[in-house]
Design a protein around this ligand. Structure first.
Ligand SMILES: [Zn+2]
Length: 549
């Protein structure tokens, strides 16, 4: 009798795997395969480590598993990886005043007034997302205008691109800003028409003067913001991000979430400069922590600013500001020193470069340093927005990764025309040329500068048109990528860009079961349908982390 039970147990142990495997059946599954091509499938088996045990194609037999979920024919794609995001910015953005939907200065002032009244207990009013271009203002707003909305507390509001800030008079007083305060190098305190009085606008490095006066959030506020960020990102189908500019405080919030089991987002971290890099992980990048959810990969460097505030560093002056070429934010020797230091420790540098001069300088520096540091370095350039056509082929050298944000093209195209003129747009957002020359792309959103919505990015990538379908036929349409390349840019290639290939990014055996169920097939739907994609469920490591119901 005993023997019989033992034999039965043994038999069942053989028939049924020891792990609690889950079969997710009846899906319209899409992934990038090991050879970089699209592969379709109908079912997945997930093991109890949250990894994919088996990918089942049409007509293949289903294994016996402990649990079966019916996908009801819904479309399953790999979890979206945002290759350039600011995680805590998303979280704090969700908790602070958001002006990104305002269409005029008056509307913004009204929203600021209301927010201040609703948040009486806050000693400072902080927010972000304003854009004087979108308001049709033709100039920056002023402290005096902000005073008309809130004059009893300091107010400081970041511009949509994060490259300028807008302060009221009390905020400037708290920061000790007077007519005598000098603009720091790499930044500019805007002045009123008298040429002396600070206007309330702080560009690039000058933002630091204001940020230093803003009280730092406490750890509990950071934890709240981080949980909020995860929720927001998962609701868009995002399961992993490259966090661009992690501070030690951010890292500690990620670690606290990992330690208490609430970390559900995979984070490939790039420290906010070399000092933070050393503070966070010492002499080498960290290991992959919490089942591939967190790793300190490298260091984020800023070589220039943004086009919107004319901080992008150009070889020739701005078309609409003939005495201004923008600003380099690092001296040549400083950039090379930091790159060498990163390379010596095996850290991956990610260099922010938007203008033609910044991209040329990043490419030159990487080219020099790659001579002494061979091997698989995956030097990243972030944004790669406006490149001198003569420099484009260099993006295919030394394993450089062009980390680009398709939505920046559709948001910035008309401004870029004004700032740069027709001539210089040859190498603007040149996705297809970079691929054809043998370069590598990774796609992201730069959220919270833009919405994290990857389907808006996907649609922009394949059309070069905005949500209104403008311009018809696409802006510099030869730079479109195909759907396979777009999907890969937001999944497998974004994983590769962060040394995460084989861990996540594709739905293949051995990789983490990170996937999204959506209501349209991005490889077949129209661009409008893709923009309207509804994320139904988001899963990370075989666990559901978002459900639209
Ligand atoms: Zn960014």
């Amino acid at each position: 009798m005993k023997l019989k039970i033992a034999a039965a147990l043994l038999a069942s142990a053989i028939a049924m795997p020891a792990h609690a495997d889950v079969l997710i059946d009846n899906v319209t599954g899409i992934t990038i395969d090991a050879d970089g091509k699209v592969k379709r499938f109908e079912a997945l088996v997930i093991d109890d480590d949250g990894k994919i045990a088996q990918v089942i194609e049409r007509g293949q037999e289903r294994p016996r598993t402990d649990y079966r979920e019916d996908g009801e024919g819904r479309v399953m794609i790999p979890g979206i990886i945002d290759a350039h995001a600011h995680v805590m910015g998303v979280g704090f953005g969700a908790l602070t005043l958001d002006l990104s939907d305002t269409n005029s200065l008056e509307e913004a002032l009204e929203k600021i007034r209301t927010f201040a009244a609703e948040n009486e207990a806050r000693p400072w009013i902080l927010g972000r997302g304003w854009n004087q271009e979108k308001w049709g203002l033709g100039r920056f707003p002023t402290a005096e205008e902000l005073d008309s909305a809130v004059s009893d507390r300091p107010v400081y509001l970041a511009r949509v691109d994060g490259h300028a800030g807008w302060a009221n008079s009390l905020a400037m007083r708290a920061a000790g800003i007077t007519a005598d305060t000098k603009s720091p190098s790499g930044g500019r305190i805007e002045k009123l028409a008298d040429g002396k009085t600070p206007s309330g606008i702080f560009v690039d490095a000058a933002e630091e003067l204001m940020n230093a006066a803003v009280p730092a959030p406490r750890p509990i506020e950071r934890d709240l913001a981080f949980i909020e960020a995860q929720k927001v990102l998962h609701s868009f189908g995002i399961t992993a991000v490259a966090d661009m500019g992690t501070t030690i405080e951010d890292w500690q919030a990620f670690r606290r979430a990992g330690d208490n089991g609430s970390l559900t987002l995979r984070i490939m971290s790039y420290a906010a400069g070399p000092d933070q890099m050393t503070l966070i992980s010492g002499a080498r990048p960290s290991l992959w922590l919490y089942e591939d959810k967190l790793r300190m990969n490298g260091v984020k460097l800023y070589l220039d600013g943004a086009l919107g505030s004319r901080g992008a560093w150009l070889k020739q002056p701005y078309s609409d500001d003939p005495h201004n070429t923008g600003l380099p934010l690092m001296a040549p020797a400083q950039l090379r020193n930091v790159l060498v230091r990163a390379a010596q420790g095996g850290f991956q540098p990610a260099v922010h470069a938007i203008g033609t001069a910044a991209n040329a300088e990043a490419l030159a520096a990487i080219g020099e340093i790659a001579e002494s540091f061979d091997g698989d370095r995956r030097w990243r350039i972030e944004h790669v927005q406006i490149v001198d056509p003569a420099d484009l082929p260099k993006l295919a050298e030394h394993g450089i990764i062009s980390s680009m944000q398709p939505v920046h093209q559709t948001s910035d195209m008309f401004m870029a025309e004004a700032r740069l003129g027709e001539e210089r747009l040859q190498g603007a957002y040149a996705w297809n040329t970079i691929l054809e020359m043998g370069g590598r792309l990774a796609f992201g959103s730069d959220t919270p500068v833009e919405s994290p919505d990857p389907f808006a990015g996907f649609a922009a990538a394949i059309t070069r048109s905005n949500a209104e379908g403008e311009p018809f036929g696409g802006w510099r349409a030869t730079e479109r990528v195909n759907r396979e390349q777009a999907l890969s840019g937001f999944t497998a290639d974004a994983a590769y860009a962060g040394f995460a290939e084989g861990r996540f990014g594709r739905l293949l055996p051995g990789e983490r079961a990170d996937f999204v169920l959506v209501d349209v097939d991005p490889l077949l739907a129209t661009p409008e349908e893709i923009r309207g994609t509804k994320v139904l469920e988001t899963w990370v490591g075989g666990q559901k982390v978002y459900d639209a119901d």
